[in-house]
Design a protein around this ligand. Sequence first.
Ligand SMILES: [Zn+2]
Length: 261
Amino acid sequence: MVFTALAFIFGLLLGSFLNVCIARLPKDESIVFPASRCPLCHAPIKYFDNIPLLSFIFLGGRCRACRAPISAKYPAVELLTGVLTAAFYARWSDNLPWLAVSLLAVYALIVMSAIDFETMMISDFFSLLLCALGLAGCFFNPFFEGTWAARLGSFALGAGSGAGSIWLLAYVGKAIYKKDAVGEGDIFLMGGIGALCGWQGVITAVIMASFFGSVYGVSLLVLKRADRLSHMPFGPFLAMGAVINLYSLIKPEMFFFVLPF
Ligand SMILES: [Zn+2]
């Protein structure tokens, strides 16, 4: 319990760093220097105003210098990183190599998702990173079994089926809608997710992503925040499916018991 709480605090601090990555990686800026500044008035943010979650609350969500509102996405990323770090610690603390691999994957997915929401771009850097993590972690992957050769096979099959399924979805989507339904970045992203979750995780992550994406899309339509032609990123929803599967693999047959088809 104490360690889970520490994992939460560690996650909050790391979420603060992920915010820096989210803001600077798309602009090719260094994630180390300079120190964080207010994006509006460029006043440097003092260390006591940079405490995850708490500073946002104490400052009433505004910059101390210019009183400009601070985006709620910063505390949201911190809280999400804290909660997921604690949850994954509680789930996988008996398999430390996998805990490390799955948490690094979760952090990469958070940064990738936030950037995809803002820019509609998925850098192949994240997909390659997930693939490398899948390869490094396949010997400890609790969802794979058998000899080391069988585990390498599960890794390769997962990566191939992940990229292949989205490529097929893109191909069919283009044939039907005569426009790009999913981006090229999603193909590589799903290859990386498959490398970690295996072929069964690919199937259920895509099903969950389609469900979450539909709910989000319909909500935007209802709230009149978007119209039918608006572009919507798919990467963050694939990432949600992936995080659920990294926490505890949902196998395809589980859906057949839940859904009446
Ligand atoms: Zn300011």
